[in-house]
Design a protein around this ligand. Structure first.
Ligand code: C5P
Length: 295
């Protein structure tokens, strides 16, 4: 049996650059993991099955973990099976990449469990079939992402702030957010122009200048999501009032994160926000610990 952690991410800035011919959008963002993870247990079995704790998520092909297992088995033309147990801590529909991270961990775990001989670039291809954010979660580190989110430049990013993530309990579907962004007049992607990954440079350069950094962390989904959900807008104000130096939306929402310069103020803010929202606190300079365990 194999036990793995699937960490959540936040987006440090998110720019939608334009709509593409394939229905997706070109974007520019920085992915960064936080101290919040799901736990996966993979046990060899005859068929492919799944259990989720707590219950509530679909455990059939609608679940990205099951889809990842089916896709890998098909690619390997194998007959191996797996029993997947997912202990879910990351809220779904929050923009924290929980489903994508679970899918990537399933792929990586199964390659090991099934002793599959498959090149990394092929695993990357499977990951992108599962979702635009899934490739990022195949490797450790933070990353500057462009394209659909799959053109990745991994970087070591030291974040000197305490990060308080708040999920106000309103799931936002990525497809919904992109669809409604359309009406907010996103420009068509200029043909043949590859965006320069300048957001990552700006975030790194101004990491210690919170005021400048705040400008780079702008997320293009913010007007749409704050406008559509009063509860999210209220959580944003609450984070500011609790002393966050910067407050932004992660992904297409509805989770928000606030950056705090000290532990005490971060914990005090979390204690207030926890009264009516899911809250997760990530210490300054946090480094995730992946270490898969074989039992
Ligand atoms: O790739 P993923 O399955 O997460 O995307 C869900 C939906 O979000 C897509 O079907 C697409 O409508 C939209 N999307 C997009 N541009 C991206 C990522 C997602 O338009 N870069």
């Amino acid at each position: 049996m194999l036990k793995l952690r699937a960490y959540a991410k936040i987006n440090l800035g998110l720019r939608i650059l334009g709509e593409r011919d394939d229905g997706y959008h070109d974007l520019e963002t920085v992915f960064h993991r936080i101290d919040l993870f799901d736990e996966l247990e993979l046990e060899p079995s005859d068929g492919i099955s799944m259990q989720c704790v707590p219950e509530g998520l679909p455990t059939d092909e609608r679940n990205l973990c099951v889809r990842a297992a089916l896709l890998l088995r098909e690619c390997l033309r194998g007959e191996d099976g797996v029993k997947i147990l997912l202990r879910k801590n990351i809220p779904a529909g929050a923009g924290l990449g929980g489903g994508s991270s679970d899918a990537a961990a399933t792929l990586l775990g199964l390659v090991r469990l099934w002793r599959a001989d498959i090149p990394f670039r092929q695993i990357l291809g499977l990951a992108l079939k599962l979702g635009s954010d899934v490739p990022y979660f195949l490797r450790e580190g933070s990353a500057c992402a462009t394209g659909r989110g799959e053109i990745l430049e991994y970087i070591h990013l030291e974040v000197p702030y305490w990060i308080v993530v708040v999920y106000p309990g309103i799931p936002v579907s990525t497809a919904w957010a992109y669809k409604h962004l359309k009406s907010a007049s996103v420009p068509a992607a200029p043909a043949g122009v590859v965006p320069r990954a300048s957001l990552g440079d700006a975030v790194r350069r101004d990491m210690h200048e919170l005021r400048n950094l705040n400008g780079h962390l702008k997320n293009d989904f913010e007007p749409l999501v704050f406008g559509a959900h009063e509860r999210v807008e209220r959580a944003r104000r609450a984070l500011h009032e609790a002393g966050a130096g910067a407050v932004h939306l992660s992904g297409s929402g509805s989770a928000l994160y606030g950056l705090f310069t000290g532990e005490e103020e971060a914990r005090a803010a979390a204690a207030i926000l926890e009264r009516d929202s899911f809250v997760s606190v990530t210490p300054a300079h946090f480094e995730p610990s992946f270490q898969p365990v074989e039992l």
